[in-house]
Design a protein around this ligand. Sequence first.
Ligand SMILES: CC(C)(COP(=O)(O)OP(=O)(O)OC[C@H]1O[C@@H](n2cnc3c(N)ncnc32)[C@H](O)[C@@H]1OP(=O)(O)O)[C@@H](O)C(=O)NCCC(=O)NCCS
Length: 186
Amino acid sequence: MVIETERLLLRPFLEGDAADVFEYLKEPMVNCFACMKLGSLEEARAEMKNRIGETEYYFAIVLKETGKVIGEIDAYPEHAEPHDQEEDSPLDTFSPCWMLNKTYHGEGYAYEAAHAFFDYLFREKGARRIYAYTEDYNISSQRLCEKLGMRREGLFMEFVSFVNNPDGTPRYENTYQYAILKKEWH
Ligand SMILES: CC(C)(COP(=O)(O)OP(=O)(O)OC[C@H]1O[C@@H](n2cnc3c(N)ncnc32)[C@H](O)[C@@H]1OP(=O)(O)O)[C@@H](O)C(=O)NCCC(=O)NCCS
């Protein structure tokens, strides 16, 4: 699957994307992506091999003009609540992750990519509800959610820990939840 916007292509990852991906994943900008950190170009090449075959829900964000991979966006179908009735509940809920190489921040690329991705999930992948978690200090991601028309649904205090404090205890972060329903998407 390839999604095209005015300036971007959202397409599956290729083996040749390793150097571009390494550029932004050698130092992930936020704690929630700390576990995705790549230590070397070799690791990036192995990671690209893992991503091959991901054709529906995991996309490289590519600048049409140059062919450079400037970031990524993904979301997988999740069961609607209640999860304890998983067998009956439809897979109509998605929670996107988005990340851009910092050289390309502030140009509207994240919005352009996320808008096209949401449209794809709502129109072609049966999404009923798309929700996003973002830490309380992550203003860029909150602004992106708001620009996409997502409602701020709540603030979960000390909700999750991605990294430890210097003394080894978990560092808990405060997390906003945003969401938008298909019937709210225009
Ligand atoms: C989140 C991220 C993808 C947003 O990228 P971006 O390049 O800033 O996004 P856009 O240029 O499309 O901007 C979207 C909107 O947010 C606004 N915005 C972005 N950063 C902002 C900031 N720090 N302060 C205020 N507004 C900001 C933009 O101005 C724009 O709104 P506008 O058109 O009304 O002006 C990018 O910051 C990123 O990759 N961050 C690291 C990874 C990350 O945090 N992922 C999310 C984890 S929850």
